[in-house]
Design a binder for this molecule. Structure first.
Ligand code: ZN
Length: 275
């Protein structure tokens, strides 16, 4: 499943590809991708004639801001966007096509069919639906050490599940939580409220650095995306603990261990991250 950095890369790529384009019509080949409005015909009719004015990310949702509406898209497991010329052959598993007035098309492919699209009148998207009740955005200016301190203060929950809770902080998936905790030298089972001021500062810096680096590396494969190969900026970040069970710690050489925290596979260095 794409994590926040991959989605951020997709958003930046989409911005460079389709911003300012006007939708002539929309084809929907798999109606259940469209959750809102209920009626797919209404979805198609509403989008026709609108221009894409801005594209942004909230958590792992892609937001296409149009003239009147905002389209909220979630890729789930394998959703992909690609820009094509209208006369290029349509690949299998293409479920939604946005036909633009300039003879190009934004095509949404999704082999697993778990992706979703919700259309809201602008401004309504934060009132109800998937964007309501989301926590702080770790790559926003609003995410400061103080904000993190307040989120953790007094909490007896283990730090890892708390960081994974989307109502607390958004978009920080299993891989990036493990990497951030390793960088900060914090054991994933520490009760959140017991972190010292210094540890909170380190954790904040680690989260921001881990995600920012991943976003930067994700930007390197934009070309394949433009070519419509569906690679979509999937990056191979050099991970320090995640997936490295029994391999030596990059800092101290001790063996990385794997165990389960809150139902999630977790990787740590037992020396660098003492309980
Ligand atoms: Zn170590």
């Amino acid at each position: 499943m794409p994590e926040l950095p991959e989605v951020e890369t997709v958003v930046r790529t989409l911005r460079s590809l389709v911003l300012g384009k006007t939708i002539e019509r929309v084809s929907v080949h798999l109606p259940r991708i469209v959750r809102r409005p209920d009626d797919v015909e209404a979805f198609k009719a509403q989008l026709a004639g609108q221009t894409i004015r801005e594209i942004a990310r909230r958590a792992k949702f892609i937001q296409f801001f149009m003239d009147q509406d905002v389209l909220i898209s979630h890729l789930r497991m394998e959703g992909r966007y690609g820009l094509y010329q209208a006369d290029e052959p349509v690949e299998k598993h293409t479920h939604v096509v946005f036909h633009f007035t300039d003879q190009t098309e934004l095509r949404y492919r999704d082999v697993r069919q778990f992706g979703t699209m919700d259309l809201f009148p602008k401004g309504q998207e934060t009132v109800s639906g998937p964007l309501a009740k989301l926590g702080v955005e770790p790559l926003s200016e609003g995410f400061t050490p103080d904000v993190l301190r307040k989120l953790l203060a007094g909490r007896t929950t283990k730090i890892k599940p708390l960081l994974l809770n989307q109502e607390c902080m958004v978009g920080l998936g299993n891989i990036y939580v493990d990497e951030s905790l390793f960088r900060a030298g914090i054991h994933p089972e520490r009760p959140a409220g017991t972190l010292t001021g210094q540890e909170v500062d380190r954790l904040h810096a680690s989260i921001v650095a881990t995600l920012s680096e991943a976003v930067e590396q994700g930007g390197s494969s934009i070309k394949s995306y433009v070519n419509g190969q569906g690679e979509m900026g999937m990056f191979q970040q050099s991970l320090m603990v995640y997936g490295r069970k029994n391999e030596p710690c990059v800092r101290c050489g001790a063996e990385i261990v794997r165990f389960v925290v809150g139902g999630r596979g977790t990787h740590i260095c037992p020396v660098c991250q003492k309980k």
